[in-house]
Write a protein that binds this ligand. Sequence first.
Ligand SMILES: *[C@@H]1O[C@H](CO)[C@@H](O)[C@H](O)[C@H]1NC(C)=O
Length: 423
Amino acid sequence: MFRILVAAAVFLEAVSAASLGIVSTEGGMVQGTNIRLGYQRHMDVFKGIPFAAAPGRFEKPKRHSGWDGTLKATSYKPRCFQLTILMDDVYGSEDCLYLNIWVPHIKSVASNLPVMVWIYGGAFLFGGSMGANFLDNYLYSGQEIADRGNVIVVTLGYRVGTLGFLSAGDSTLPGNYGLWDQQAAIAWVHRNIRSFGGDPSNITVFGESAGATSVSLQTLSPHNKGIIKRAISQSGVSLCPWAINRNPRKYAEEVALQVNCPTDSRMSTCLKMADPKALTLAGKADISGSPDYPLVYKLLLSPVIDGDFLPDDPSNLFHNAADIDFMAGVNDMDGHIFTGIDVPSVNTALVDTPIDDVKRLLTSLTEEKGTLGSENAFATYTLDWGGKPSREAVKKTVVAIETDYIFLIPTQAALYLHASNAV
Ligand SMILES: *[C@@H]1O[C@H](CO)[C@@H](O)[C@H](O)[C@H]1NC(C)=O
């Protein structure tokens, strides 16, 4: 008898599986996959929904023209065209403006759930949220967060590298294409997520590293007014020294020379016709560093102040984020990877890190403050050194210097500016 009851209960639960079924969006119908996660817990997963048309090269994303019938949203699309991790080849596709959605259902079909939109990092050069990411370790499935938090999770694709951020510093090649992609995805979510059981007035954007800086920039852009409710920046904000390239023309000219384009008034026209693979390979970053020329200064394919997405310096745009709740954080020793490249001895337990390296690094990082800047910085960072600092104390100091410069102090500054503008 008991077994029959259990069997009946299991059967009833299975046939009553909560699902959105076919969902109507602005582009047409979409159908995902429904999975069972436990007793009365189901989830609809939509993979590869286009949130914009395939983008024109170095152009803003445009609305998708839609489709007939029902789009099967059941497999990931390629990540945006980019360098491989060794930066000697390329992969992905230029047709990459797709998003994925995880919708949890507890007992009944979801409605009015909060929504979280994830923006991946990767130095504005790499990244994706379309399946296997690092070796076979699938980063950025939304399933776990959606299930644990009873929130809708959305992940998106945005252009990176040369195709995402190359800028001539003028209207011929304005830059920020990757930021426009993110914005188009957020706006699509705002317009369509109600059909998926989401609350469009409760959208949180979150991201890590370059994704965290992107989140911060999205809150500052006037183009997101009224769309974003909350934002979470994990290790990156708009005020980071690597967030904005203030002289993008110089970098564009270097890329132009590599793809055999002139650097005069014909440059942008020529770059637009260049081979995407050659363009992407030309965006290969020099990932070496030294105390005199730290790696952080070599990340040049980044957002720009284009007078449109970013009408002004980020520090002057916090009024646009006044009604957005903002949370930002960094990790202990967040700058360690950078430090290990600039001052490799920090990673060698049995080797001293020369005090001179500390001084040279501080001189580079305080260049705009003059000699007094580096002397004051050295005095500040060595306050607790005592007479003769231990080998470990010196190494930790170097990591702290880079962590402060690259992540921590800009994050504190952004939080203060946000708080002082908040309503
Ligand atoms: C947004 O969702 C969160 C989490 O469920 C909830 O605490 C909050 O009240 C919601 N905000 C609004 C404005 O509905």
